[in-house]
Design a protein around this ligand. Structure first.
Ligand code: SF4
Ligand SMILES: [Zn+2]
Ligand SMILES: [Zn+2]
Length: 329
């Protein structure tokens, strides 16, 4: 197999495009795909400051690497979930990446801010860890972006993630989620723009870039991911992809192009009015946001179990640790 650009021995094959690349041209191809996605959807606009959500895994670190390489003004944002050693290793990988490249990193520790780790929140609400975790992560991304003045939040969702989410939404015809899904969610009053610049690149392609760019990331999965439905959808899509290269991309991209606009039009007028949460001031649809409700419920139970002092009330303000690059510290 030879590189489609220079004819040197190829190291990475992109079957769905019928192309193969040497290390240098693979990296160039990958960065160009990201650049095209950014441009196609005008994801980052002049003067934007970008908050990059970084977990310490390959997708988010590759995203941060490519965005800084393309010259954007970025700051990393990591959330410490308190999931034992898994979370400690995630922070270590994220910090090492930021320090090596002299990048600014913001860190919020969920337990330091709100009093409970994600597993304790799950215990105290009786809901699966991923449900409270997802809600808290979304809340913190929006909240920290608003408080710190970032107009854009970038996440590392790749093609496999997005196609699996689409399959999940389609299997139950979740129309609310189907109209919202996409690589760009425009800013609304008080909410930063949300972008997913890696949405056309597969997990395998992201991993190949991380390897060739020498990015050291956390390989282990969160222990709570085991048994997640998204893994089943990914497995089904991977089997289809092996037999019919290009299926994943066609499934997602053609949905966004051909079906979503029709669906959006059909559901027009269903836009809900946004207001401010009475407890925390964040944008929401009801009087109190889902995040404040969840944590209030968790506090009631956690106090009974003596995980928290009786006198402690839920304070929705996150405590942000700022890790400046050594040159500015
Ligand atoms: S798998 Fe669940 S608990 Fe773990 S990081 Fe993801 S959403 Fe959070
Ligand atoms: Zn080449
Ligand atoms: Zn709230």
């Amino acid at each position: 197999m030879r590189c489609s650009v220079c004819g040197a021995p190829a190291q990475v094959e992109v079957r769905r495009r019928n192309q193969a690349f040497c290390p240098e041209h693979y990296r160039a191809w990958f960065v160009n795909e990201v650049r095209r996605n950014l441009k196609r959807h005008q994801m980052i606009r002049k003067g934007d400051r970008v908050l990059v959500a970084v977990s310490g895994g390959k997708d988010s670190l590759v995203l941060w690497d490519t965005l800084t390489g393309l010259g954007y003004r970025t700051t990393g944002f990591h959330i410490q979930l308190g999931i034992g050693d898994y979370s400690k290793r995630a922070l270590a990988a994220t910090r090492a990446f930021a320090e090596e490249r002299g990048l600014e990193l913001l860190v919020v520790d969920v337990r330091e801010s709100f009093g409970l780790t994600i597993p304790q929140l799950a215990q105290s609400t009786g809901r699966a860890a991923c449900s409270g975790c997802g809600l808290s992560k979304r809340y913190l991304m929006n909240r920290v972006a608003a408080d710190e003045g970032y107009g854009v939040v970038a996440t590392g969702h790749n093609l496999d993630d997005e196609a699996a989410t689409l399959m999940g939404n389609v299997s139950r015809w979740q129309t609310d989620a189907l109209v919202r899904q996409g690589p760009l969610l425009e800013e609304r009053e008080g909410l930063a723009r949300r972008i997913k610049p890696l949405y056309t690149l597969t997990e395998r392609e992201v991993a190949a870039y991380a390897f060739l760019a020498g990015i050291e990331y956390q390989h282990e999965e969160c222990p709570h991911a085991e048994g997640a439905k998204s893994l089943l959808y990914k497995d089904i899509l991977n089997r289809l992809e092996t037999r019919m290269p290009g299926t994943k991309q066609a499934f997602l991209v053609q949905y966004l192009k051909k079906v979503q606009p029709v669906l959006k039009e059909g559901l027009a007028g269903g836009d809900v009015e946004l207001r401010r949460c009475e407890r925390c001031g964040q944008v929401t649809t009801g009087s109190v946001c889902a995040h404040c409700k969840l944590w209030d419920r968790a506090y009631a139970r956690a106090k009974k179990r003596r995980l928290l002092l009786e006198s402690r009330g839920f304070d929705p303000r996150p405590k942000v640790d700022r890790l400046k690059p050594a040159s500015e510290a």
